[in-house]
Design a protein around this ligand. Sequence first.
Ligand code: SAM
Length: 283
Amino acid sequence: MLAYQHAYHAGNFADVHKHLTLHAVTRHLLRKASPVTYIDTHAGRGVYSLDAAETRKLQEYRHGVAPLWEARTRLQGASPLLDAWLDALGEAQQGKQHLDRYPGSPWWLARGLRAHDRLQLFELHPGEHAELEQQTLPANASRTYGDGLAGLLKRLPVTTPRLCVLIDPSYERKPEYLEVAATLIEVARKARHALVMVWYPLLPAARHQAMLDSLREAGLRKLWRSELVRQAPGDSRHGMYGSGMLLLNPPWGLDAALGEALDAALPLLGDQARHHGEWWVEE
Ligand code: SAM
């Protein structure tokens, strides 16, 4: 039984990190005409009302997207990626001037979808999937109620020349870290040029380390990671102190574009916030 619901955390600093990275990647992919299949293995409900009871409970967006939204005029010009991301966020408000909705990964992926691209979304929580079904998405986007990692492997090879995957689990179960690693190894074997993004939490227990180690041990190459640390691990007790994005086959220039955007955003995400990007395994 799945307990996690992303609505409690929508728009927090980890979402900002994840969706800025996602936006940087899709902007890069859209520079070329050749079709892309996007697969989002853990889609969530698609768009989150910041007024929903779950989101109001923790109000994590107040320390994530909200300060960036409030400072958007002042931030303009600091980073082309951040400018584009904040403009897109404005579109998601559907004419409202205040921050009313926070868009999840299906929205960010669907936004740049062209007629010859494909988008496949997986979600296993029945309630979240029912909400996802209510979202307006282009005709070339499909939604599947089912396990995203198994679904991803079943879809390979895809029919388009390019494949871009987001793996964004809730890590409710400890084995999920190694299940993600095993899936990534299989994707790299079956679709060598796939661009895969994996989000992971930075927690005091550091369970993500086993996932990273097993990928290196399996011989995968071209793995780059970006980590956004909001506070010292000891300060967060059992909570998430940072957010990680691991990319297989990252696009050229991502490091610089994301670094510039995060440099501008970080002072608004906390006094101790910092980020770094580095190769986990080089080419
Ligand atoms: N990717 C979303 C976004 O960026 O807006 C957030 C996803 S949230 C962190 C993780 C989601 O995965 C939850 O909605 C959860 O119900 C779903 N989930 C958990 N296990 C799953 C599985 N095995 N397959 C597909 N979805 C799963």
